[in-house]
Design a protein around this ligand. Structure first.
Ligand code: ZN
Length: 391
């Protein structure tokens, strides 16, 4: 199976970038309607429809939801690429349609999607509401889970560009991370978690061919109000997906492709029954996700601190700002100091050149825009405009 070719052939071209809301997926749902059962599962706090898709007519039931955090849209794109693939006459598509039933809630949090926020319209993080079920979106998800009685759950998210993995001493962005969530405080591994772990291992094997050293394993601390932990405790193997950073891919169009690869290779593993083999050890061998990245780092910068010249480092991070229906990335200075153990997706060596901000300040101030010069090199919005980054 050439997953790269399949992605290129079946990617839904109309979905692009970070801002994905109901308005964008509705025409795609219309297109898919003749092939699937598309309905409305219920309404969000602000009365927007939460869509429900039933696809395929096979025995193995997979329950998938995306964008429970409204500003985490990458997996929604990948799920639609996947749906567009399974209506094709490719042999693997036919196999999937005949052997699986997929119940998908894309954009579980349409209000958060529209406002580009993690939380819903009541400012509640739906992934901390799985047990209490105080929000309509949480209750809709739980109702769909109870009705469908899945064999597997896919809990689809995005993670920030701060996450990385250490690969043989080198820091790499965590382009995709996974978790088999705990079902109890002591993080025991039962058969349910083992199944999810084996599934993660199968997906990781495929991803390593495309993004070696860029797959991470998420922390498994238990919290019953996290949805994955709840569904694990109810006896269903659940996998948390975190779509993360790929070099220079702030629109997450590359990462979208890797999520598509993970979906296909995971379903292939379930279909071929390879996940009955216990892969717990391989799962724990996947390196841990760590907070080790900034979007940009400047090293060996001369600053004037209390009338003394010192050489130091500083970093900036993009703030994601919704403006006229698209997401702008605004670089803001976030840290100054040694920053040992941290890396930049872009790194610059100032070689002792002096820092001057756009307002003439001689010290980088946290919270200010990353527009500055280092000697005669100029930087705007956290990137050098007089040359190329070293890294
Ligand atoms: Zn999330």
């Amino acid at each position: 199976m050439n997953v790269e070719q399949l992605f290129n052939d079946y990617k839904v071209q109309s979905l692009y970038g970070r801002y994905i809301i109901n308005d964008h997926i509705e025409p795609v749902l219309e297109m898919l309607k003749p092939h699937f059962e598309v309905s409305v599962a219920g309404q969000s706090v602000l009365g927007k429809p939460i869509y429900n898709i039933l696809a395929g007519n096979g025995k193995t039931k997979v329950f998938i939801w995306s964008q429970m955090h409204g500003n985490e849209s990458t997996t929604t794109k990948a799920v639609f690429d996947f749906l567009n693939f399974i209506i094709s006459d490719e042999s693997f598509a036919t196999t999937l349609m005949g052997n699986f039933t997929f119940n998908i809630l894309p954009i579980l949090n349409p209000d958060g999607a529209e406002r580009y926020t993690r939380e819903n319209a009541n400012n509640i993080d739906l992934n901390r509401d799985a047990f209490n079920l105080t929000q309509p979106e949480s209750r809709i998800l739980r109702q769909a889970f109870d009705n469908f009685k899945p064999d597997y759950c896919y809990n689809m998210h995005d993670q920030r560009s701060i996450f990385g993995v250490m690969d043989k001493g080198n820091a790499r962005p965590a382009t995709v991370s996974f978790l088999s969530p705990s079902y109890n405080e002591s993080r025991d591994v039962n058969e349910i978690r083992e199944k999810a772990m084996s599934l993660v291992v199968a997906m990781n094997e495929t991803l390593q061919r495309y993004i070696p050293g860029q797959v991470g394993r998420f922390d498994d601390s238990f919290n019953i109000n996290c949805i994955g932990d709840t569904f694990s405790s109810l006896g269903v193997p659940t996998v948390l997906f975190e779509a993360g950073h790929y070099p220079q891919d702030y629109e997450r169009e590359q990462t979208r492709k890797f999520i598509f690869f993970a979906l296909l290779s995971g379903f292939n593993a379930i279909h071929e029954n390879v996940i009955v083999v216990n892969k717990k050890q391989e799962y724990f061998n996947i390196p841990e996700n760590r907070i080790i990245f900034f979007d940009m780092m400047c090293k060996n910068v001369k600053i004037n601190y209390e009338n003394k010249e010192i050489i130091t480092n500083f970093a900036s991070q993009y703030k994601e700002v919704l403006f006229e229906n698209s997401v702008n990335f605004q670089a803001v200075i976030s840290e100054i100091g040694k920053l040992d153990g941290f890396h930049g997706h872009a790194e610059y060596d100032a070689s002792g050149a002096e820092f001057v901000s756009e307002d003439g300040d001689k010290i980088p101030a946290t919270g200010s825009k990353a527009n500055f010069s280092l000697g005669n090199r100029k930087f705007e919005n956290g990137r050098e405009i007089t040359g190329q980054p070293l890294d």
